[in-house]
Structure formats: C-alpha cells, structure tokens
Design a protein around this ligand. Structure first.
Ligand code: PLP
Length: 352
C-alpha cells in the first residue's frame, strides 16, 4: 500500500460546536483505481482532496455510483474498533454487481480502511457517542458519453468525525408515510446502495420536512400497501410480544444494523419475524393498543426510536410516545459492543 501523508493538516472541527453528520473530513483518504487490463490497482492513502475527473466521466451523466457507510470507534479501553466491516464490504460488492462495477477484493479494501483509521485516529471524537464515519464509494470514470458500463473506476474512502446522532439525547422521531412517490420497484436497484436512490427520494423528503416530519416511510412500489423502509434506515415494529420487520423482498436495503438487530433479538429469545406488513395492519394494531414500539435501524443513528407515523389522516402512535424497553436495550447493547463495554458478540468488531 502506498502511503503519502499530508504536509498541510486540515482544520479541526471547532470544539464548542456539535459535530453534526458528514460535515468534517480527516486528513487522508483512500484511492484505488480500476482498469480492465490491470484490474483493481493497489490502494493508496493520500491527503484528502479533490478527485480529478473529466467532465465527460460517466458517473456525471448516467449515475454509475455506489457507496457504503460504516464506523470506527475508540473503545472505552482506548482501542480502535471497526464494526462488522466484512458485512459492509460484501454489500459493496453486491451493489457493484447490480451496476456492472467490477468487484473489489474486500480484504484489500478492509486493510486499507484499517490503515486509514490508524493514521487519522486522533480525529475520532472523544465525546460520548462519537465515532469516525467511513464512506467508501465507487464511481465510473470513462470520459465518454456512450451509454454502457464504464471500463475505468475509482474507489475512494473518505472519513469524518461524527457525533451522537441524537444531539439532545435519544429523541423519538416523527415520520410520514409517502403516498405520492415510490423509492424502489421489484427488479430495480432498491436493494443496492446506489447513489441515485437518494437523488430519487429527495423530493419526498423535502415535502415531509415542510410538514414537520423527520423522515419518510416508503411503501412498496406496486400495491403501495406494504411497508418497506425509511430511506436511510430499516424499520421494526413491536406488536404485542412480537417484533416484525419487512422481509427483504428485493426492494429494501439489507441493513447491517437490521441484521445485527435481528441476531440480537433472537439471542435474547424475543420473537422476531421478517414478513410483509401492510400499513393498514400497522394502523389497526396501533388502534387496538397492540403497537408497543417502533424503531429505525441504520449505521448513522444505530437505533432511532419512532414515536409517530402519519398515514394520510391516520395517526399511528407507538406505545406511550416514549422510548420503549426493547428499543433502549438494543441501542445500549449495540453501542456497548461498538465501544467495547461488554464482552458479548466480540466477533462483531475488529480491533485494530
Ligand atoms: C444504508 C441504508 C440503510 C441502513 O443500512 P445499515 O447497513 O444499517 O447502515 C437503510 N436503507 C437504505 C436505503 C440505506 O441506503
């Protein structure tokens, strides 16, 4: 691996302001290039800075771009931990396949990520809930406008310090069911972490924000009945004693946090079912007082309690509007593993 360290360290985030999410980036980044004759080259670690791309690069025109998002932590014991890196990098290759991007050697990329985290480790915030968010992405670079899969690609990994997702404590969010637009359709790219999925969801998000909601809840694109996900988070419902999450039917992003949540619930002996669940079923369960908890799962927030879902003129309220015990326990256990606070599921973290 080629390592070229910066001579001009970047400005550190001001200590008296909340870090927010995705606003600051560390001194270095990983860059790796692909050409068909040579395959993926060696990764290099370079000073963080602009990528030089031709304006005709395919990514700008036809959107051949995928990404990932994972985190590194400094544990309470001072050691650096990566949370389930193999799961994220396997998914990167599944997304790559869907967009005709050549697969990477996940072990090579993982080793480069570990090196980046070691080099930029003093950027990991020491505040409660702080971590280093890592953003691998791959873009098509061929300078030509013919519609075809690019021959050349760049993989880059940038990193940035992030604070706790909920700056004012573990705050329940309000979400709105989107009835006008859809996020994904069967056979499409909904289950791949494709940049364009986000572009397609922005309008619905903006409209929901104007109405005072934090997120959009997406329904299936065919019948517009079955709950899919929240767009950057998967969703879980506790109805009675059972936890239900929509099954991965091809239009839902298979979250690593979703997978970890299911594994955790099973280990605790809590009944968890992956199946289709319609929005009517959810609204009816809430009316009958059976909807106990709702939470989203995703790398950024880990576990996000949801207090209220609005579907046209129906208000779906989870429990008593406060954070439920399963939601709380999942958050504490998963973050506990990430910071090395408990000795269970140590195979979920790689210590650097
Ligand atoms: C990344 C993402 C998620 C959450 O996945 P995690 O692996 O848990 O971070 C959920 N939905 C969409 C559309 C995503 O892109």
């Amino acid at each position: 691996m080629i390592i070229r360290k910066t001579e001009n360290p970047r400005q550190r985030p001001p200590a008296n302001e909340p870090l927010g999410f995705g606003k600051h980036f560390t001194d270095h980044m990983i860059v790796m290039r692909y050409q068909p004759e040579t395959g993926w080259g060696e990764p290099s670690i370079e000073p963080y800075g602009p990528l030089n791309l031709d304006p005709s690069a395919l990514v700008f025109h036809y959107g051949q771009a995928i990404f990932e998002g994972l985190k590194a932590f400094r544990g309470d014991d001072g050691r650096l931990r990566l949370f389930r890196p193999d799961r994220y990098l396997e998914r990167l290759n599944r997304s790559a396949k869907r967009l005709c991007i050549p697969p990477v050697d996940t072990q090579v990329v993982k080793e480069a990520i570990k090196e980046l985290v070691r080099i930029d480790q003093d950027w990991i915030p020491s505040i409660e809930g702080g971590s280093l968010y890592l953003r691998p992405f791959i873009i098509a670079t061929d300078p030509m406008l013919g519609v075809h899969a690019s021959k050349g690609y760049i993989l880059a990994v940038i990193a940035g310090p992030v604070g706790a997702y909920f700056a004012n404590g573990f705050n329940p969010v309000k979400i709105m069911v989107c009835t006008e637009y859809v996020r994904a359709t069967p056979g499409g790219v909904g289950e791949a972490k494709v940049a364009g999925n986000y572009a397609a969801s922005l309008l619905a998000g903006e409209e929901a924000k104007k109405k005072g909601f934090d997120q959009v809840l997406w329904l299936d694109g065919v019948e517009r009945r079955y709950i899919e996900e929240v767009g950057a988070m998967n969703i879980f419902f506790k109805i009675g004693d059972e936890v239900i999450t929509p099954a991965l039917v091809g239009t839902i992003l298979p979250g690593v946090t979703r997978m970890s949540t299911i594994e955790m619930l099973k280990a605790w002996g809590i009944s968890v079912t992956e199946r289709k669940i319609s929005i009517e079923e959810l609204a009816d369960a809430a009316e009958q007082g059976e909807l106990k908890e709702v939470f989203g799962t995703g790398t950024a927030a880990v576990i996000a309690p949801v207090s209220e879902i609005v579907w046209n003129d129906r208000k779906i309220i989870a429990g008593d509007g406060t954070v439920g015990p399963v939601t709380q326990r999942l958050f504490e256990t998963i973050t506990g593993i990430q910071y090395g606070r408990n000795s269970i599921n140590t195979d979920w973290v790689e210590i650097l």
